[in-house]
Design a protein around this ligand. Structure first.
Ligand code: 5AD
Ligand code: SF4
Length: 466
């Protein structure tokens, strides 16, 4: 339901007020699910007749699609709002969407009176009405922002238009949202709500629309993507591997990925899919967060270091070349040097191809924010550095092991040199290749010839479009 709130906002002098905005610009922060949401907001506004602006300056509606996961991300939103004011004193209509909108609601409009719309991640299908409401508020001289942070029982997806033609060969598809795990440091269960799985048939339809629009690779997204469940056309209960199996039958779709997974939902069926389904890429993002059982318990992760390593073992037996990725938090409250050493140990044991690591950031309303023994920033910095040094060494070593491989690269963008294109290997590495005549969206055979820490060089062999 739409709500509105009194703010101390001065009247917006936005030029869009009379007719409503006509050119939108969306900036998404944070995770891939936010990127997906940002794209869907854009597609919805385009379906309403608005145009995508080339830049924020050129837009009369700017949507900041925000992330609440760490404090820094939140601070960025407020500085960004401030920078939207133009030299002549005017400003575009400003919408704050995403997880900060959900978590802070009216507080945003109080703290940043130039904000016209606040819309949560489960309510953005109502953006057109909120824009209308904001426009009316402005015209009527009201100081209200249009706010909608509802989490409706019927999900937004049914209200969104069919996927538009995509600008890139690789697309995201959100299949699952929310989280019931309640890790003690994490805001996601509060900002995104309870775990929901989108229906099987809707996902097949959306994938088909993406492929019809030229997409070759789909990454299935969810905060706990491997918790997805559904019922197929024959009425059979399916886990994520069942959905992947069905999508793999779609002509034109060459590659399937999924992210992010929780260790506890890593079923034998999904692990076997990595062996059995050729289109499922050999890459797994499986966050462990810490290698210390004591810290994992305090985090409410409900797995241990050993149970995590046992899963990795199974995955590697199923798909020996899997590129393993993960997330780590250093400096969780109470983390001792010995706990941190256990994290380094699990990194050594698991051997990552690539990983993300963060300093713990206390988030308001989460249990960990009130725990004793918060770790000093200096210790966090030092631990993060040591962890990242180890992860970088592993990444470089992984890249090196793939040199000499003959594999396929999906070309995603032009490179810096003439005739150079950049794409992704099956292991999600960036590969630069001289491929005169090849186009973005081509899947080409390459030999990987050299590796750096962040990308590889490939030599083009032949074109192999799906
Ligand atoms: N502080 C630091 N990192 C966090 N993450 C989630 N919450 C926090 C927090 N409060 C990290 C986890 C998660 C990733 C998306 O962000 O590693 O897997
Ligand atoms: Fe957050 Fe834990 Fe849920 Fe991941 S599993 S979204 S870290 S609560």
């Amino acid at each position: 339901m739409n709500q509105s709130t009194d703010t101390l906002a001065p009247l917006s002098s936005a030029p869009e007020a009379e007719d409503g905005p006509s050119r939108y610009f969306v900036t998404s922060f944070g995770c891939q699910m936010n990127v997906y949401d940002g794209e869907r907001m854009g597609e919805m506004l385009a379906a309403q007749g608005m145009q995508a602006a080339a830049s924020r300056e050129d837009a009369d509606l700017v949507i900041l699609n925000t992330c609440h996961i760490r404090e820094k991300a939140v601070a960025r939103v407020y500085s960004d709002i401030g920078r939207l004011k133009r030299d002549d004193g005017s400003k575009p209509m400003i919408a704050v969407a995403g997880c900060v909108a959900q978590a802070e609601g009216e507080e945003i409009a109080r703290r940043a009176p130039s904000v016209d719309i606040v819309v949560g991640p489960q309510a953005y299908h109502r953006l057109p009405q909120l824009i209308e409401q904001a426009r009316h508020n402005t015209l009527a001289g009201s100081k209200k922002a249009a706010i909608d942070t509802d989490m409706p029982a019927v999900t937004k997806f049914a209200a969104l238009p069919v996927r538009a033609k995509q600008p890139r060969p690789s697309a995201f598809l959100t299949v699952q949202e929310g989280c019931d795990k309640f890790c003690t440091y994490c805001v996601v269960p509060y900002t995104r709500g309870a775990e929901i799985s989108r229906p099987f048939a809707d996902l097949v339809d959306e994938a088909k629309a993406l492929v019809d629009g030229g997409v070759k690779e789909i990454t299935l997204l969810g905060q706990n993507v491997n918790a997805w469940t559904g019922t197929d056309a024959k009425g059979r209960h399916q886990g994520l591997e069942g959905l992947i199996e069905q999508l793999a039958e779609m002509p034109g779709l060459a590659r399937i990925r999924y992210t992010t997974s929780h260790p506890n939902d890593m079923t034998d069926g999904l692990i076997a899919a990595h062996r059995d389904i050729a289109k499922l890429m050999p890459y797994l993002h499986l966050p462990v967060q810490s290698g210390s059982d004591r810290i994992l318990k305090a985090m409410n992760r409900s797995h241990t270091a050993a149970s995590y390593l046992a899963i990795i073992d199974k995955v590697r037996r199923s798909r020996p070349d899997i590129a393993l990725s993960g997330d780590f938090i250093v400096g969780f409250p109470g983390e001792t040097e010995a706990d941190f050493e256990a994290t380094l140990d699990i990194v050594r044991a698991a051997n990552y191809a690539q990983a993300y690591s963060f300093k713990y950031s206390p988030r308001p309303g989460t249990p960990a924010a009130d725990m004793e023994d918060q770790i000093s920033p200096e210790i966090m910095d030092e631990r993060l550095q040591r962890l990242q040094d180890l992860l970088n060494t592993q990444q470089q070593a992984f890249n090196q092991t793939t040199v000499g491989e003959r594999t396929q690269v999906l070309l995603e963008r032009q490179g810096r040199k003439p005739g150079q294109l950049v794409g992704k290997s099956p292991w999600l590495q960036s590969v630069h290749v001289m491929a005169d005549g090849a186009r973005i969206g081509d899947l080409i055979d390459v030999e990987l010839v050299s590796a750096g820490p962040n990308s590889l060089e490939g030599r083009a062999l032949t074109l192999v479009n799906a």
